[in-house]
Design a protein around this ligand. Structure first.
Ligand SMILES: *[C@@H]1O[C@H](CO)[C@@H](O)[C@H](O)[C@H]1NC(C)=O
Ligand SMILES: *[C@@H]1O[C@H](CO)[C@@H](O)[C@H](O)[C@H]1NC(C)=O
Ligand SMILES: *[C@@H]1O[C@H](CO)[C@@H](O)[C@H](O)[C@H]1NC(C)=O
Length: 201
């Protein structure tokens, strides 16, 4: 019995140690709101369009103090529909392992309120359905609170971004065909050349 207790407490200690410093998304208050310019269902183009975001303290959370807030990040996040069968975009409650929000729109020291920050959608953003989330961090880079443009289930106010590769796919196919054709002609030319030199010798 005693050794069992010892084992359990050792295990608990181990668990405490390994989870120490890892912030769980489910533990964060939704007290730092963010709004973004795309409307529900809008389709934006990577490398062309822009998104403006505004964020700040959620005033409906009245007992909040922001003394410990040191940094703000706003991120572009995959909606559940764009995570299906894609392990590399999977949501994990442990924010160190979470892959929902992979693109940073804003990353600066804390300000209580920022309005209309404009972000040009970068060229490498892949085609997918997205929402926007904000995080505030303390001085050791731990998430303290969040806000997002969608509901808890991440099912409303979603928008789409069309990636560059998706738009230029026909050109890609054409150039791939052209390369294959070029390669084949080169090989053909080489064979003919070889034959001719054999005949000559
Ligand atoms: C503000 O906080 C409340 C309570 O947590 C939450 O229900 C609400 O959605 C938040 N508002 C915004 C705009 O995020
Ligand atoms: C931002 O994008 C909108 C359309 O999405 C466009 O009308 C506007 O001109 C863009 N602004 C800048 C500064 O690029
Ligand atoms: C603020 O109030 C909520 C309930 O209204 C409570 O859960 C939370 O712990 C409070 N936060 C602080 C910092 O007192």
């Amino acid at each position: 019995m005693r050794s069992f207790l010892l084992e359990v407490s050792l295990l608990l200690l181990f668990l405490l140690k390994t989870t120490n410093g890892d912030v769980l998304f489910s533990s964060l208050p939704r007290s730092f709101f963010v709004v973004a310019s795309p409307i529900e269902g809008q389709v934006l183009k990577a490398g062309e369009d822009n998104i403006t975001v505004s964020f700040g303290l959620n005033q409906t959370v009245t007992n909040q103090t922001d003394e410990s807030y040191k940094k703000v990040k706003v991120k572009l996040c995959y909606a559940p529909i764009s995570q299906v069968d894609r392990k590399w975009r999977k949501t994990n409650d442990n924010l160190k392992k979470d892959k929902t929000c992979q693109f940073t729109i804003y990353d600066k020291p804390y300000e209580r309120n920022v309005e209309g920050f404009k972000w040009d959608i970068e060229k490498d953003i892949p085609t997918a359905t997205y929402f926007v989330r904000s995080y505030v961090y303390n001085d050791v880079d731990e998430e303290m609170a969040y806000g997002q443009t969608t509901n808890e289930k991440k099912s409303d106010s979603l928008f789409k971004i069309q990636g560059i590769s998706g738009r230029h796919v026909s050109i890609d196919i054409a150039s791939a065909c052209f390369s294959v054709f070029a390669l084949l002609s080169l090989v053909g030319f080489f064979i003919i050349e070889k034959r001719q030199s054999k005949v000559k010798s």
